[in-house]
Design a protein around this ligand. Structure first.
Ligand SMILES: Nc1ncnc2c1ncn2[C@@H]1O[C@H](COP(=O)(O)OP(=O)(O)OP(=O)(O)O)[C@@H](O)[C@H]1O
Length: 308
């Protein structure tokens, strides 16, 4: 399975929701679409699944030497933004119905269902009506419904929404299992800490356009974010001494440590040489900016009102 999206655009009435967005997803990747509300993530997903068509640009999906302009239904597992199951029916009946719509026999559906109900610790509740379940448990049933028929590509629009931190971690595990089973996954999400643990590649959008794209490391490289070192000295060192060093733009005390922001264009080794003039170092740690901070920095630049 490979997806190549080239310069797709989409407008609704008077909103240009997606503007010349391009990306590529390879088989087995977990790919994350990120961006503030209204960035255009769901609009892209709707074009990928064939609910709408791009106004311009192209979508090319290749699977076993066949080519498509949207993901064919039989290859797709989809968790839409607006969920739709039957609240008066049990978990088992809901899942059986959806699996059979996808062409699974009852026996196949029950076997697949058993596995996933165990993953989400819902086995005991399989005969409960959906409306008796918490929002988090309903969300888990939705996720199971999207993958029972073993699709090649799973598209999940906000799979973490409405879940507490423990259930968010369960969804992370679920997504890792999909990857381990060879499925390709596209997800949109606002929970950067979860995405950071999972995504092979990500696309950060604002106002319909791509702002940053690549692996986490590539995004770190593209980001204008500050580089920071956490250090500790053997003896006493003051903020004034540190701030006089040309390599240091900012020094903040953090308990026994200092958090130092490197001046522009200064290398880490230049910085260390200058620090050693002040005394022996007992700890040096490069601070990696996390995805949440990268996201906020990118938004402050590209969409200040969303960052605020
Ligand atoms: N059917 C529609 N008709 C008119 N405008 C729409 C429609 N769907 C989306 N839009 C607009 O297109 C823009 C992109 O919306 P979209 O739902 O793709 O964003 P999103 O990134 O998925 O946001 P969220 O994180 O809130 O789900 C928004 O300005 C939205 O109001």
């Amino acid at each position: 399975m490979q997806l190549i999206v080239t310069a797709i655009s989409k407008a609704y009435a008077n909103v240009q929701a997606v503007k010349k967005v391009s990306f590529q997803i390879n088989s087995g990747d977990i790919f994350a679409l990120l961006g503030p509300n209204g960035a255009g993530k769901s609009s892209i997903i709707r074009m990928l699944v064939g609910m709408t068509k791009p106004d311009s640009g192209s979508i090319l999906i290749s699977f076993q030497d066949q080519h498509y302009d949207h993901v064919p239904r039989r290859l797709l597992g989809y968790l839409p933004e607006d969920r739709g199951l039957y609240p008066d029916k049990s978990i088992e009946k809901n899942l059986l119905y959806l699996a059979q719509l996808h062409g699974l026999s009852k026996a196949q559906a029950l076997a697949e269902m058993d596995t996933w109900l165990q993953v989400f610790e819902l086995t005991e509740r399989r005969h409960n009506e959906l409306k008796q379940l918490s929002k988090g448990n309903q969300q888990k049933v939705q996720l199971i419904a999207a993958v029972l028929h073993k699709p090649a590509l799973v598209i999940l629009d906000e799979p973490f929404s409405g879940l507490d931190p423990i259930n968010q971690e369960k969804v992370v595990e679920f997504l890792k299992q999909l990857k381990a089973r060879g499925m390709t996954v596209i997800l949109s999400a606002h929970q950067m800490a979860m995405v950071e643990k999972l995504a092979d590649h990500m696309l950060l959008m604002a106002q319909g356009q791509v702002v940053l794209a690549g692996t986490l490391e590539q995004i770190r490289g593209q980001s204008v974010d500050k580089r920071q070192l956490k250090v500790a000295f053997e003896g006493a060192v003051s903020a004034e001494q540190l701030q006089q060093l040309p390599a240091i733009a900012e020094a903040t005390a953090d308990g026994r440590h200092w958090l130092l922001t490197l001046a522009e264009a200064v290398t880490v080794s230049q910085c260390l040489q200058q620090l050693l003039q002040l005394g022996e170092l007992t700890q040096v740690e490069m601070q990696n900016t996390d995805l949440h901070q990268l996201y906020l920095a990118a938004m402050a630049k590209h969409q200040p009102e969303a960052a605020a």
